[in-house]
Write a protein that binds this ligand. Structure first.
Ligand SMILES: CCCCCCCC/C=C\CCCCCCCC(=O)NCC(=O)O
Length: 571
C-alpha cells in the first residue's frame, strides 16, 4: 500500500512539475515575444530619429553638435539656433552615442513637434523665452513622461504608457526644455550596473566589457558619449553618483523633499524613509547648477505638489568664494577603496584647501550597522516584491547573484550568518540585514532616525558644513560585478539613509601607479578579491569624488564640487 502511495505521489509530483515547467516555458516564450516587439519598436524610434536628424543642414548640425551647455543655451536664447535644429542635432548625437553604448531605450518622437511650437512662439511679439528655451533633455527611462513606458527593465511592465508627465518633466517643459530620449536602466533599478532583458546591456564608452554604472547608467553613458548635454537621473543608493563616478560625468542627488515624488516609481513602491530621488546629470557642475538654479528659483514645484516644501535656490550658499569647513575620509571602515579612489579624495582635499576651505578628518560612525539598516530599509519586505517581479519576468543574467540572495529565506540567512561570520564576517553582517517581520522593519526605521540624529549632532559638534569622501570602492567594473558587490555602495548609500544632498564630480583618472599599488590591496575576503580583480585594467578610467551635506543644503554641495572641478579642469 505504501509502495503504491509512493508511486502515486511521485507520478503526481512529476505531472505537477511538468505542468509548472510547461507553464513557465510558455510564459518565457510570451515574454520573449514581447521583448522582440519592444526592440522592434526601439529600432523604429531610432529610424524615425535618424530621418528627423537627416533634415537638419549638416553645417548647422555640426556647429551645434560641438557646443557645450552654456553656448547652446545662449544660442537658443539669441535665436541663432532654432529649437528644431537643436532637437534634430541631439537626435543625431544620441544615435551615435547609442551605437557606442546601447544607452537609448526610446526616442521621444514628440520632441520635434514641441520644438516647432517653441520656434513659432518665439516669433510672437513680446514673447519672453523661458530660461532653458529649446535645450534638449535626456531622461532616465523610469522618469515618468506621458505616452511612454517606465518599465524599470521589466518585460512585464512594457506597453503600459504613463498617462501624465511627472512634476519634474512638466517643469522641464515649462522652462523650455525638450525631452528627446529615454535612457537605459538595470532591471529593477536596484543595481549599479545597467542591464535588463528588454533593452539589453549599456556599456561604458571606454570599454564594452565594463558598465557605465547604475541605475542611471543610460544617462551617464549618453552624457559621456556626447549624446546629451543635460539629463535627469534617479538615486536611492547611488544611482546618480556611481554612474557619474564611473564615466567622468557630474550629478547630484538632492535631499528627497526638494523635488516631487508624485507619480515617480523607484525600485520598491511603498518604501518610507529611504526614497529614490530625481536629480540632474551633466558633464560639469555648472550645467547642473544652471538647471537647479532655474527650477528652484520659485515655489512652482511646491504649488504643483504641496508635499514639497518651498525651499528656494540659495545663492548665498553657492556664491563663488564661499568657504566651508569640510570633513573628509578615504575609508569608511566597512569597505577599503582601491588606491585611485583613496587618492582622488586626498587630491580633492588639497584642491579645496588651496581654494580656502578648511578640511578636517571625519569618520562616519558604525558603517557596518549602517549597511545592514540600508539594505533592510531599501528592500523593505526582505526583497519579496522584487523577487516576485523577477520570478515573473526574464531575469537579467548579470543580476543572478543579487536575486539569489533574495531567494534564500530570511531565517536561513540568519543561520548562515552565524556560520558565515566565521569565514566571511562582512557577508555575515549583511546576511542579518533583511527584515524577517514588521517588528524588525519598525526597529530599522527607528534606528535610522536615531542614526540621523547622532550623525548630524556629530557634524554640528565638529562645526562641519559638508563631507568629502570616495564615491565608490573601484572604477567602472565589468557588468557582472555590481550584483556580487552590492556591499560596495556604502559610500553612497549612507547619504540616502541620512537623506543628505550628495553629488559627484570627476577628480582624476586611474594611473599606472594606482595599478601598481593595487598589489598591496587587501584580499581578506571574496568581496575584496572581486574589487581588486575588477579594478585591474582600468588605467585611464575616470574617478569621481563625492561631496554631501545635510538636507536642503544642496547649494553647499555644489559649491564644493564646483571648487574641485575648477581646480581639476582649470576653469
Ligand atoms: C547578504 C544578503 C543581502 C540581501 C540581498 C541584498 C540585495 C541588494 C540590496 C541592495 C542593493 C543596493 C544596490 C543599490 C545601487 C543603487 C540603486 C539605486 O540607487 N537605484 C535607484 C532606485 O532604486 O530608484
Amino acid at each position: 500500500m505504501i509502495f503504491l502511495f509512493t508511486i502515486l505521489a511521485l507520478v503526481a509530483a512529476a505531472v505537477y512539475c511538468n505542468v509548472v515547467w510547461g507553464r513557465r516555458k510558455l510564459r518565457r516564450m510570451e515574454l520573449e515575444a514581447i521583448v522582440a516587439r519592444k526592440r522592434a519598436d526601439r529600432e523604429a524610434s531610432i529610424a524615425a530619429a535618424k530621418s528627423s536628424a537627416a533634415k537638419v543642414d549638416v553645417e548647422v548640425r555640426d556647429r551645434i553638435a560641438v557646443m557645450e551647455f552654456a553656448e547652446l543655451r545662449d544660442g537658443l536664447q539669441k535665436g541663432e539656433i532654432s529649437c528644431l535644429d537643436a532637437v534634430r542635432t541631439f537626435y543625431h548625437k544620441a544615435i551615435l552615442a547609442n551605437e557606442r553604448t546601447n544607452s537609448v531605450c526610446m526616442f521621444i518622437k514628440e520632441a520635434e513637434e514641441w520644438a516647432r511650437e517653441w520656434d513659432e512662439k518665439a516669433k510672437e511679439p513680446g514673447f519672453v523665452k523661458p530660461a532653458l528655451f529649446g535645450v534638449p533633455f535626456s531622461l532616465k527611462e523610469c522618469v515618468p513622461i506621458e505616452g511612454y513606458d517606465q518599465t524599470r527593465g521589466f518585460v512585464q511592465d512594457t506597453y503600459k504608457p504613463t498617462k501624465e508627465d511627472s512634476v519634474m518633466v512638466a517643469h522641464i517643459k515649462k522652462i523650455g526644455g525638450i525631452p528627446y530620449v529615454q535612457t537605459n536602466v538595470p532591471q529593477s533599478l536596484l543595481s549599479y550596473n545597467c542591464a535588463n532583458p528588454v533593452f539589453g546591456v549599456t556599456n561604458h564608452p571606454k570599454d564594452k566589457n565594463r558598465t557605465s554604472g547604475g541605475s542611471s547608467g543610460g544617462e551617464s553613458a549618453i552624457l559621456a558619449a556626447d549624446g546629451s548635454v543635460l539629463g535627469i537621473g534617479g538615486d536611492v543608493g547611488g544611482s546618480i553618483r556611481i554612474p557619474c563616478h564611473f564615466t567622468g560625468t557630474a550629478g547630484i542627488k538632492p535631499s528627497h523633499l526638494r523635488f516631487s515624488h508624485r507619480g515617480v516609481c523607484g525600485s520598491v513602491p511603498g518604501r518610507p524613509l529611504i526614497n529614490s530621488n530625481d536629480g540632474p546629470m551633466a558633464r560639469d557642475i555648472e550645467t547642473n547648477v544652471a538647471f537647479l538654479r532655474e527650477v528652484w528659483k520659485d515655489d512652482w514645484i511646491s504649488q504643483q505638489d504641496p508635499y514639497v516644501p518651498p525651499v528656494l535656490w540659495n545663492e548665498d550658499l553657492y556664491k563663488e568664494g564661499r568657504k566651508y569647513r569640510i570633513g573628509y575620509y578615504v575609508d569608511d571602515g566597512w569597505f577599503t577603496p582601491t588606491p585611485a579612489l583613496q587618492r582622488s579624495v586626498l587630491e580633492a582635499k588639497e584642491h579645496l584647501e588651496r581654494a580656502g576651505h578648511t578640511l578636517v578628518p571625519f569618520q562616519p560612525p558604525r558603517v557596518p550597522e549602517v549597511m545592514r539598516l540600508f539594505v533592510r530599509a531599501v528592500c523593505v519586505d526582505a526583497g519579496q516584491y522584487l523577487l516576485n517581479k523577477m520570478l515573473n519576468d526574464i531575469v537579467e543574467p548579470t543580476l543572478y547573484a543579487q536575486v539569489a540572495m533574495w531567494m534564500i529565506p530570511v531565517r536561513l540567512q540568519r543561520v548562515l550568518a552565524y556560520v558565515g561570520s566565521v569565514f566571511f564576517p562582512r557577508l555575515g553582517n549583511l546576511m542579518k540585514a533583511l527584515a524577517k517581520d514588521t517588528s524588525e522593519l519598525r526597529e530599522c526605521y527607528a534606528a535610522i532616525e536615531a542614526y540621523r540624529s547622532e550623525f548630524t549632532v556629530l557634524m554640528l559638534d565638529k562645526k562641519i558644513d559638508a563631507l568629502l569622501c570616495p564615491s565608490q570602492v573601484m572604477p567602472a567594473p565589468p557588468h557582472d560585478i555590481p550584483s556580487k558587490l552590492f556591499a560596495s555602495i556604502s559610500y553612497t548609500g549612507i547619504f540616502n539613509l541620512l537623506d543628505f544632498g550628495a553629488g559627484v564630480v570627476n577628480a582624476t583618472y586611474v594611473t599606472k601607479d594606482d595599478e601598481e599599488k593595487l598589489e598591496a590591496y587587501p584580499e581578506t575576503d571574496v568581496w575584496y578579491k572581486l574589487a581588486k580583480k575588477a579594478t585591474k585594467g582600468t588605467v585611464g578610467f575616470p574617478v569621481g569624488v563625492q561631496v554631501a551635506a545635510p538636507p536642503f543644503r544642496e547649494e553647499i554641495v555644489l559649491r564644493v564640487l564646483r571648487d574641485i572641478e575648477k581646480a581639476v579642469i582649470g576653469h
